[in-house]
Design a protein around this ligand. Sequence first.
Ligand SMILES: *Cc1c(COP(=O)(O)O)cnc(C)c1O
Length: 329
Amino acid sequence: MPLPSPLQKIDHPLFDHHKLTVMIKRDDLIHPTISGNKWRKLKYNLEHAKVQGKKGIISFGGAYSNHIHALAFACHQLNLPCIGIIRGECHYANNFTLRWAQHWQMQLTYVDRMTYRHRADPNYLTLLQAQYPDYLILPEGGSNALAIPGVSEIIDELNKQTTFDTLLTPVGSGGTLAGLISGDNNLHQLLGIAVLKQGKGKETDLDSVDIKPNDYLINQVSVLLPKAAQEYDNWQVLPDFHRGGYAKFSEEDSQRVVAFNQDTGLNFEPVYSGKMLLALVDLIKQGYFPQHHRIVLLHTGGLQGLGGLSERKRINAQQWQVPPDAPKV
Ligand SMILES: *Cc1c(COP(=O)(O)O)cnc(C)c1O
């Protein structure tokens, strides 16, 4: 789909009842395979890799990672070799996400949790780079400095498509929120919905930046975009809508998302965009937004994740638009 991605109004009695306008930025439609925000984050990284004549790309992810799935596809399209360093054991190779990654010729390496923990350590990365001198190393989730201009283009598109007061996004590593903050220039309220339980009081190496203490994701955003902490006060990460932790959700949560999908014809999944949706509904019911407020939800994609959830029987495949499996080898 050519950019800009579409912006659509969502009709729902709850929104009418509270006199709110709710719209959705359909980044899930940017590409049938590459998840919305992962496409935005990869855009300038892949361009950089090409311009610099890199021989390939290395990155990190969990066994069901949207980033790994998107990167494998993108590199395949560009004829660029790529290596995925996967947290977990090699029996994961047989899961939905990694079957596709292998179908697109990503080379997979499995590391235990202890090793995976070093994925952002400078010493570890120096060693890895020495092993693969001509490869571009991308962090987990693709969240780095070059991800930010790609994501910030969402705001440029939105400013041409509508006027709005508040933009909601799910937050995993913080790269997407950092990009939105950078593009927005303090014009709108930006609400990040944390989809994971945050480790409190994690260390940060950005002592010089004025960061609010004890908030892991706020620190992550500030590391990626120091200006976010220094110059902008229009953003927050709401920590209480993770529903038990990363990729955790109850059957009731799942059924609420299914019902909303059926009512609206949209396609939220329960790990990221669904948590944002449930947060929105809960906030509206709490009276968080004033009447006539105009709200945009960013649909960040991630629909490939439904494949792994369905395979593990975490969701009922009949109720969701589960994407097709990779062809058998
Ligand atoms: C990765 C991902 C996110 C989180 O984005 P971050 O930039 O890591 O905060 C949100 N939604 C989907 C669908 C994702 O795949």
